[in-house]
Design a protein around this ligand. Sequence first.
Ligand SMILES: [Zn+2]
Length: 323
Amino acid sequence: MKNWKVEEVYLEPQSFDSTTPDVGEINAGLCRYTQGFTEALYGEKHWTQPELTPIPEDIAHAVGVGEVACPRCFRSDGGGSVPTLITGQDTGIEYVAQVRCGCTSLRLFEREWREVPAIWQDANLSALQPSNTHAAPQYMDMDRQDSAFREFRSNPGLSALLAGSLRLGKTLSMQCLQREALWRWSVHPAASELRSVFWTNALDLLNEISAMNSNPGKSPAPSVTPALIRKCASKGLPIALFINEIDKFAVSEAKTSALASLIDAVMEARGQIVASSNLTGKELIARWGPEYGNSIISRFAAPPNGQTIIFSTKPQHQKENSK
Ligand SMILES: [Zn+2]
């Protein structure tokens, strides 16, 4: 790679001792630079920058919540940047740019994670262990839980239907996966513009959607819509949709069709969908009817796009069905 000399970079090289101008100087006007440098600068196609030095893990949370100043940019409001050497691989040109500091992501993550209810604040995939505390012991299967948790750890961006009776760790698992999704979102350059991780339950969401449809312009917009998903996708943001209790709504064609549209939008954007349900995929198809049921389940809860993970040995639905 070419090593630039000061006289090859600047028109008045006697005033400079470095060949790495600051991007602020470059933006202020290229007249100070030689034609050769200017041409190389604008012709360069392959810019690279080093990985930023990470913020030490033991203080990441404190930096994220603003308790201590960031050791990299020295700010405590998450708005900092750090000077970084940018290198053109074809031309050997180097300049210094201000790059978004890692604390920006920590701040965004902590801001959103704080919204998660207190009982789930400790949800963390790395600490997720099979447990039968608070579970419905008659349906508990620690081996199934263990293999589900392994699956989540090896592929935290997976799409899945988590099926089984209550209190077997489905919501805890979803919160752990939401935490991972929020991390992936928070490091995206466009994260500060738009949140692309959504948590909802089917009943609230579908009520919001039908309120909006029956009273257009007067009801508040639903928390997540296909249009919002497409907006996130257009910015390249990683999309994740978590639907708690996807089985708990009064079935109507309008509602199943609204659910299907939303799920289509996420899958078209190559996003993640994780839903929990007391019913298995087959039972949901029976409840929703074959037209929407099959299309919804095949989108995210069956191969190749996703899977169904059954948590319990003897799901509660067997009792429900015999009523
Ligand atoms: Zn910082």
